[in-house]
Design a protein around this ligand. Structure first.
Ligand SMILES: [Zn+2]
Length: 295
């Protein structure tokens, strides 16, 4: 859980220090979240183009590309460089998606939208937060914390986002945010079909999971999200932070010539979801007990 704890520390740190002061923070986690890393092909036409820890994925086709997540506004140039170094053009991105509207994942969407002319697709629950630059977020809202960006198309839970033969199934997975969204898609490699999951975040940060005024259904949303995710059986486990799916180890194994693609990791996926579920249940139980004692 170290990665998650680091993430939380970094996340809160960044919120209290302005984003522009990011470069001055020497915390390891922030360094990891904003440092450049080598882009690479994960499987088939799915590429990692994010930073050391904040994921962005390029899904390519002859008819244009899909880009999941923008990273921070400050790290957009890193994504751009990664896309180009893989031999693709940023201008060929036609669809932008966002796993959840926290500024480490959506801060660069406006810039990317302006640069590419791509259409931003979002579930309704998230659209408002994106439009207000985070001001309407129940936890971190109140003021604008990233460049507001207008979604072009509202997508529903279960809707398939299609482009050039790629079909991404939208799976609403709320809890971490009200509109947290996961996608799954099938890819083909070496004559085999694999299901890839692009998992949103499942961490409960410092949330009140029992009596949350800004998000009363947070507990039941997390519950149904975990149920839903445990019913899915993806082969390739990818997520919004590299630490979720141990990207570094898998990348190194792949580079040193592993027989099987290390990103094919159904057990790792299940273990991660179960771990996050346990963490949620434990936290909620502690909060319930503390609430009873308080009365
Ligand atoms: Zn987040």
């Amino acid at each position: 859980m170290n990665t998650l704890r680091h993430f939380l520390v970094a996340f809160l740190l960044i919120f209290f220090v302005s984003v522009t002061a990011l470069a001055q923070i020497t915390d390891d986690a922030v360094w990891e979240m904003t440092r450049p890393t080598e882009p690479f092909k994960v499987i088939a036409n799915v590429y990692y183009v994010g930073t050391g820890d904040v994921a962005s994925y390029l899904i390519t086709s002859d008819e244009g590309h899909i880009l999941i997540d923008s990273g921070f506004e400050e790290t957009v140039p890193l994504i751009e460089a990664s896309v180009r170094s893989l031999g693709f053009k940023l201008e060929d991105v036609r669809i932008l998606l966002n796993n959840h509207a926290h500024f480490d994942h959506c801060g660069g969407l406006k810039t990317l939208k302006d640069k590419t002319g791509a259409k931003l697709y979002s579930v309704k629950r998230q659209a408002e937060v994106l439009k207000t630059g985070g001001a309407s977020d129940f936890r971190f809202g109140g003021e604008q914390i990233f460049k507001p960006v207008d979604p072009d198309k509202i997508i529903e839970d279960g809707e398939v986002v299609s482009l050039g033969g790629n079909e991404l199934a939208t799976v609403l997975t709320p809890g971490h945010t009200k509109g947290a969204t996961t996608w799954t898609m099938k890819v083909s490699e070496n004559g085999q079909i694999f299901t890839v999951i692009f998992l949103s975040s499942l961490s409960n940060l410092d949330y009140d999971l029992v009596a949350n005024e800004g998000y009363p259904e947070v507990g039941s949303d997390f519950e149904s999200t975990f149920d839903k995710l445990l019913k899915l059986k993806p082969d390739v486990f990818l997520g919004s932070h590299a630490g979720f799916f141990r990207m570094r180890q898998k990348f190194l194994a792949m580079r040193s010539g592993a027989d099987k693609n290390p990103f094919i990791d159904p057990e790792g996926y299940r273990a991660f979801v179960l771990r996050m579920k346990q963490d949620f249940e434990k936290k909620r139980e502690e909060q319930r007990s503390a609430g009873k004692e308080g009365r």
